[in-house]
Design a protein around this ligand. Structure first.
Ligand code: UTP
Length: 319
């Protein structure tokens, strides 16, 4: 299908616009893109979305939905692709399993099974072709309408003890426009990320973004501030995405649309960044996935003591 035939680029959302000061509009909706191919994790992701891979005993995506719910975002739209069934089933009730656990009197497991279906009001939209993160976000336009909204990447795990999204929502309330999450990385690694040129703006952890580049050559990178998978976006991003041409890798890049917003604040307000210093894991990367599991398992009250003891002896024998 050509771009001009794809309804997502042509669709205008019929909305009655009651304009409030943008920064005062309360954010209630979260969009979670989970339609990528997950090629770094093949063959595990041949028939299973990478967001369903377990991190200890919960799929990675459940941590992300829990994070949205904790930040007060009770309306969650998941952008899914092929193999979407496991994602939908996980956040739905499973009456057969619940009845079986109930009959056995296994209340703690019953509660664990029910947790995921009680977290938020879940909605799903299908991204027919994985044409990039920007295209996945554009698929959310009819659901989101003319309100600011959050985007949480389904394979990016932020430690629940280091809240980031709430802080980003505060910054949006203060400045309007859009807010991205940034993390300082080793300059040699910046080519793996989107990268921001930014200057301090008031608070220690807040910067004003002037330029964004997707996966720059480290020699040309404007900073070592990498974009990580949390965004609070002004709905103006949809209009920009509709005209954003495929960029790096032939994909429609969210970074390119944000770059256009940062370059012209008249389009949809400024773009700020919150510099995050907490714990974050890219569960789409095999090394980071393993680190996430080891760290979270070590910290669990039920599993941690035994696992840490085993890990200590494993490390002393193997290293
Ligand atoms: P990634 O850049 O990690 O791409 O996407 P990917 O295709 O999933 O993984 P690899 O690189 O092939 O291993 C970041 C997030 O954006 C979503 C992914 O599901 C992931 O949560 N995404 C990406 C979409 O929803 N649609 C797309 O077209 C691309």
């Amino acid at each position: 299908m050509t771009r001009s035939q794809d309804p997502i680029f042509r669709r205008k959302v019929p909305v009655i616009v009651i304009r409030m000061t943008p920064s005062r509009t309360r954010i209630t909706k979260a969009v979670i893109p989970a339609a990528g191919l997950g090629t770094r994790f093949l063959p595990a992701t041949k028939a299973t979305p990478k967001e369903m891979l377990p991190v200890v005993d919960k799929p990675a995506i459940q941590y992300v939905v829990e994070e949205a719910a904790t930040a007060g975002l009770s309306d969650v739209l998941m952008v899914t692709g092929r193999n979407k069934r496991p994602l939908e089933d996980h956040f739905d009730r499973n009456y057969e399993l619940e009845e079986a656990l109930d009959r056995k009197g296994d209340e703690s497991r019953l509660a664990r099974v029910q947790e995921s279906s009680d977290l938020a009001t879940m909605h799903y939209v299908r991204q027919g072709d994985p044409k990039g993160l920007g295209h996945a976000v554009l698929c959310a336009a009819p659901h989101v309408g003319d309100q600011p909204f959050a985007v949480l990447l389904g394979d990016d795990l932020i430690d629940p003890r280091d809240p980031l999204l709430q802080r980003m929502i505060e910054v949006r309330e203060q400045h309007g426009g859009s807010v991205i999450a940034l993390m300082e990385v080793d300059p040699a690694q910046i080519g793996l990320y989107g990268c921001a040129a930014a200057v301090p703006d008031g608070d220690d952890d807040v910067v004003l973004v002037s330029d964004l580049v997707e996966k720059p050559d480290p020699a040309d990178a404007p900073s070592n501030l990498a974009i990580i998978g949390r965004y609070v976006l002004d709905p103006a991003v949809f209009e920009v995405l509709r005209t954003t041409e495929p960029g790096r890798g032939g994909e429609i890049q969210l970074t390119d649309a944000l770059q256009a917003l940062a370059a012209d604040p008249d389009l949809g307000g400024p773009v700020h960044g919150v510099v995050f210093k907490g714990r974050r894991y890219d569960t789409g990367d095999r090394g980071d996935y393993l680190r996430a599991i080891v760290r979270l398992a070590c910290e669990r009250e039920d599993l941690g003591p035994e696992f840490r003891a085993w890990l200590r002896s494993f490390v002393s024998e193997e290293m």
